[in-house]
Design a protein around this ligand. Structure first.
Ligand code: G3H
Ligand code: 13P
Ligand code: ZN
Length: 323
């Protein structure tokens, strides 16, 4: 058993209570490789933002869970040796079984998500409660999910979303003991969140549902998944240099800004980072066709990712300067 505390990580409890009090959202960025992790850490140190490093089941399969764990530990050595350390949580994104959550907790994660949203309500409650009972013994925080997001959630694909029913949240939170709750109010995973015709704007998120949920569980931490904005400048670079991403569209940043001031204390961003890396790699390979040194295209991709993350922390989530 490796305790996250020995790795210099923190759970999400204090992060969320500060975010709730001060009206911002803590960013949760996914990583699968070295350059993404370096960019997240550099950008959050530069902008003095607390951060949640997220590892999905897919990331564990891609990069090897032991290696990812040591990468996070290495990142923490850099963070804690810096002049102004920032709070960092290591979080399992969309855990789908009790066993997976236990294995993450045993290898140093400080926070886990158990996503039982695909199960019938009572099964979701039972599964989530079981994970909470185990996790809390080790002071690991747990995120649950109610409602279904459209798009791909770690190999599980949902055609349509089901908004979270505000009537369920109080009972769910009480019965499971979760520390935070992911809800569905119109966001979805991936780079194609809405089908809009040229010139049309995307439909607004269902802030009415969020407000109703806040009334039922006042002061409780809400999590927004699928919160990438699918930044047009990067989609344009991808399309310009041989990509094909017509119709890619995300959540406008002003809506995320609005959400960050509410009970939404955690905002999940993965696709925006993927777009940045893909855009820069495409451009760099196009600009220098003779290059075969990955550092010469992954390096600029990493630099651009730092810029994008600093922008999110400063201008969208309001987490900059809160560490
Ligand atoms: O919620 C989904 C995240 O973006 C992780 O995606 O399962 O492809 O790593 P992934
Ligand atoms: P995006 O696909 O919008 O980045 O959402 C990421 C996410 O919710 C990870 O859990
Ligand atoms: Zn998600």
């Amino acid at each position: 058993m490796i305790s996250y505390k020995d790795l210099g990580l923190v759970n999400t409890r204090k992060m969320f209570s500060k975010a709730m009090k001060e009206g911002y959202a803590v960013p949760a960025y996914n990583f699968n490789n070295l350059e993404q992790l370096q960019a997240i850490i550099s950008a959050c140190l530069e902008s003095r933002s607390p951060v949640i490093l997220q590892i999905s089941k897919g990331a564990r399969k891609y990069a090897n869970q032991t290696l990812l764990r040591y990468m996070a530990e290495g990142a923490m050595n850099i963070v804690n040796a810096s002049e102004h350390p920032i709070p960092v949580a290591l979080h399992l994104d969309h855990g789908d079984t009790y066993e997976l959550c236990v294995s993450c907790i045993e290898t140093g994660f400080s926070s886990v998500m158990i996503d039982g949203s695909a199960h019938p309500y009572d099964e979701n409650v039972e599964l989530t409660k079981k994970v909470v009972n185990y996790a809390h013994k080790y002071d690991v925080t747990v995120e649950g999910e109610l409602g279904v997001l459209a798009g791909i959630e770690d190999e599980v694909s949902h055609e349509a979303s089901h908004y979270t029913n505000p009537d369920d949240v109080e009972d769910f939170v009480k019965r499971t003991g979760v520390d935070s709750l992911a809800i569905s109010i119109g966001t979805s995973h991936g780079a194609y969140k809405f089908k809009v015709k040229p010139g049309e704007s995307v439909p607004p998120l269902r802030f009415d549902i969020l407000e109703e949920i806040e009334k039922r569980i006042p002061g409780f931490t809400i999590v927004l998944h699928g919160a990438s904005s699918v930044l047009k400048e990067y989609v344009d670079i991808i399309n310009k240099y041989g990509g094909k991403m017509e119709g890619a569209v995300g959540i406008p940043e002003d809506q995320l800004r609005h959400a960050a001031k509410s009970a939404v204390c955690k905002t999940n961003i993965d696709s925006d980072g993927r777009l940045v890396v893909t855009a820069l790699v495409r451009k760099m390979l196009h600009d220098d066709p003779s290059n075969f040194d990955p550092r010469k295209y992954l390096g600029p991709a990493r630099e651009e990712l730092i810029k994008m993350i600093v922008h999110k922390n400063k201008e969208v989530l309001g987490s900059a300067g809160r560490a």
